[in-house]
Design a binder for this molecule. Structure first.
Ligand SMILES: NC(=O)c1ccc[n+]([C@@H]2O[C@H](COP(=O)([O-])OP(=O)(O)OC[C@H]3O[C@@H](n4cnc5c(N)ncnc54)[C@H](O)[C@@H]3O)[C@@H](O)[C@H]2O)c1
Ligand SMILES: NC(=O)c1ccc[n+]([C@@H]2O[C@H](COP(=O)([O-])OP(=O)(O)OC[C@H]3O[C@@H](n4cnc5c(N)ncnc54)[C@H](O)[C@@H]3O)[C@@H](O)[C@H]2O)c1
Lengths: 205, 205
């Protein structure tokens, strides 16, 4: 089995492979484009038997196909966004514009003033329709963009309705008792904090 | 010198340390909370001479202080958001609510209908004021949340005005010729793709 930490890096490699448009790529170039060291790249790819030729690198086409197969992207994954506020709407629009493998197949909200609004290719539906949307559109992923106090209840409904992965933006640690459901917490302020170091070390006097 | 990949993980350790509120923490617990393996945690912390006691772990207070010092967070880093649309506004509000070390000290836009709007503790100012905002408020970081076609020009102005770090959300690879400026590209669709694996492997039949 491929370790989870390797799986988490694969989309960045895939994104780099689709950007370069060349036939072959070295682990140095793949590392440079995706933000990892060339040793890390070689180690990760070796897990699924992808070995480059010294000095020539990997076949970019084959590698991308292999990563898509491992990430099961060829099935196409469908997601629902819960909370059609600023962040939720920005995400639906952005995902619609970027050609990715995750398709947002529904967006719901509790505010009557927001329900019925058109966002990209979707219309905002009421939260009450969440379970039937997940069942009828074969949705496997939930994306939570509601205020923190509503996040746990939304999470419970998503798990109950059978989603297998949750991307949570609300600043609230979610409790999930089902080991088959994977929850990923996102906090963009962490990204800012990581960058703070690069500001500090050359701080203008 | 501490490797950049280690620096990038420190905010997640710091976030975990502030969440737990205990006196001591083991590398296993720190890894569990921050999403890294306990070996990775031990290796990272050893770079700056933090060694835990076998079975007892690390002093959580001292460790948090040490990480803040390394990340230069005690100086407090100030950022400006360019593009007060849905994503930019959501970020300003969220950063204002979450106690973090990066302070958003300004937000600018080009749309007259948006300029003057109140967002959290700030009022949206015109893009033309960008350079004087950066100089007068000692801003070291720029956050780009404009549409892709405007991103490179905004980036050039930020670099020219002296910022040292840029967080870019626009789906456009930025070109920066100044080696002292660090650019971090953010793509939330990559997070969705990484999660797709966890949906696929237990896909409902
Ligand atoms: N993790 C990050 O880095 C990050 C960045 C920005 C915002 N956020 C967070 O994302 C969340 C949304 O931010 P925003 O700026 O879009 O807020 P917003 O107020 O613009 O949008 C919230 C939306 O959720 C809806 N809602 C509330 N409770 C609901 C429920 N139980 N079910 C369905 N819909 C519900 C509201 O009607 C509203 O439309 C907040 O929790 C915020 O802190 C996180
Ligand atoms: N990286 C990600 O994961 C992610 C997620 C969501 C959105 N996005 C991207 O973020 C960007 C913003 O998305 P949004 O939904 O907030 O869009 P939006 O249209 O709601 O907001 C864009 C704002 O930028 C302003 N603007 C345009 N050109 C400008 C310039 N040159 N200088 C200053 N302000 C300018 C507009 O007036 C508007 O207020 C888009 O490029 C989108 O693709 C990225």
């Amino acid at each position: 089995r491929i370790p989870e930490t390797t799986i988490r890096r694969l989309p960045a490699y895939l994104r780099a492979l689709t950007l370069i448009g060349q036939d072959r790529i070295t682990s140095e170039a793949l590392g440079q484009l995706s933000g990892y060291s060339s040793e890390q790249v070689r180690k990760d790819l070796a897990y699924f038997g992808a070995f480059g030729t010294r000095g020539v690198g990997y076949d970019a086409q084959l590698l991308a196909q292999e990563i898509r197969r491992i990430l099961q992207l060829d099935h196409g994954v469908r997601a629902v966004v819960v909370g059609a506020g600023r962040l939720g709407t920005a995400l639906v629009r952005h995902t619609g514009e970027t050609s990715g493998d995750v398709v947002i197949a529904g967006v719901v909200d509790i505010d009557p003033a927001v329900i019925g609004r058109q966002v990209d290719h979707l219309r905002v539906e009421p939260l009450d329709a969440l379970e039937s949307i997940i069942r009828e559109r074969n949705i496997g992923m939930g994306i939570i963009t509601v205020p923190p106090q509503g996040a746990q209840a939304v999470c419970d409904r998503l798990v109950q309705a059978g989603v297998k992965a949750i991307l949570n933006f609300a600043p609230r640690a979610l409790v999930v008792n089902n080991p088959e459901v994977f929850v990923q917490q996102i906090d963009l302020t962490l990204e800012m904090q990581a960058l703070a170091y690069f500001v500090g070390s050359t701080e203008r006097t």
